[in-house]
Ligand binder design. Structure first.
Ligand code: UDP
Ligand code: MG
Length: 326
């Protein structure tokens, strides 16, 4: 077997603080893997600028001028982590045998990419990076993440536990991924559905090297809600279940109160009345909200809008264009 061409895809959003170090470390690693004859000399690093407002693109572009193994794709505006990652995967697949995706912040131990490639060479098409511990995440993040995995599992979504978007995929797997055309693509849920031969490699997650997390609580909730409603209709079933429950119990209670009235024990019940109105009103509103969530999703999907728009693709150009700004 000749050495496979590896592309390492890195989505970047306002990562000027960490990016020079990320580029440096990944280049060293690439150099080592080439020297160990694990990957082809044509292997590259592909940085996707997800519409950053800081110097991120300038750093990527300048690096691409200096180093032939550094490439960049610039999205026209911020499309979000998942979409930026997809843009990178699809751009990379044209000239790669396998593709590793990793965050820009150096939280994931890059040295296990060596393990990823070895597994790929053993015939695995998907290799998941799985965190051993989450000591370095905040108490809050750790617990919300735990809760997220549990909820997803309870709702029947298969996820690889403690796996974020750090993984290797074969070119074939990425090509199949392209056939999942939903606009709201939740990669962690979709990749296991590809079903190719897969395995996991374990590692310890570190602190963010520099910069701040781009996933504040608001985005985390949106991400979790998106993940759940994209994959599972259990919440809607739950609504019908509650509906039936309250319907039958109201019949039972009604019968009971009627019985009391007929036997002369009249219930002067304002409390029970108001409680049940509020209870049912609340349930109805929650239900509407939930159904709205799904309808909103359908609405978004039917529009078939592009998931991201590429401004510049230095990966699939033979050379950088001469008229690009410094
Ligand atoms: N990211 C992105 N677009 C966004 C938000 C984040 O490309 O809109 C990138 C970010 O630069 C990083 C990765 O996605 O490389 C993961 O983000 P972050 O490290 O902030 O998330 P966390 O590790 O805190 O969950
Ligand atoms: Mg991070």
């Amino acid at each position: 077997m000749t050495e496979p061409i590896l592309t390492i895809v890195v989505p970047c959003y306002n990562e000027e603080d960490v990016l020079p170090e990320t580029i440096r470390q990944l280049r060293i690693l690439r150099e080592q893997l080439v020297a160990e004859q694990l990957i082809s000399t044509q292997s590259t690093l592909l940085f996707v600028d997800d519409g950053s407002h800081d110097a991120t693109w300038t750093i990527i572009y300048k690096a691409s001028l200096h180093y032939p193994d550094v490439k960049g794709v610039k999205l026209s505006r911020n499309a979000g982590h998942q979409q930026a990652l997809l843009a990178g995967l699809f751009a990379a697949k044209t000239r790669s045998d396998c593709i590793v995706s990793i965050d820009a912040d150096l939280q994931d131990d890059i040295s296990i990419i060596r393990e990823f490639v070895k597994k790929f060479r053993e015939g695995y098409e998907i290799v998941y990076g799985v965190r051993n511990r989450r000591d370095t995440d905040t108490f809050f993040k750790r617990h919300t993440a735990q809760w997220f995995y549990k909820t997803m599992k309870a709702m029947g979504v298969q996820l690889v536990y403690n796996h974020a978007d750090y993984r290797l995929m074969s070119r074939r797997a990425v090509e199949e991924l392209e056939r999942f055309e939903e606009v709201n693509l939740f990669l962690r849920g979709i990749v296991p559905l590809l079903g190719f031969r897969s395995t996991a490699v374990f590692y310890d997650r570190k602190e963010r090297f520099a910069g701040k997390t781009k996933y504040p609580l608001k985005k985390m909730i949106a991400f979790a809600l998106d993940g759940i409603t994209s994959f599972s209709i259990t919440p809607i079933r739950f609504i019908s279940f509650i509906g039936f429950l309250s319907f039958f119990s109201s019949i039972l209670f009604g019968g009971y109160f009627l019985f009391l009235k007929l036997t002369g024990h009249t219930q002067t019940g304002w409390t029970s009345l108001i409680t049940s109105i509020w209870l049912l009103g609340g349930l109805q509103l929650i239900s509407f909200g939930l159904i709205g969530e799904y309808i909103g999703k359908i609405y978004k999907e039917t529009k078939r809008r592009p998931r991201y728009i590429i401004d510049l693709d230095l990966f699939n150009l033979p050379k950088a264009l001469p008229f690009l700004p410094e």
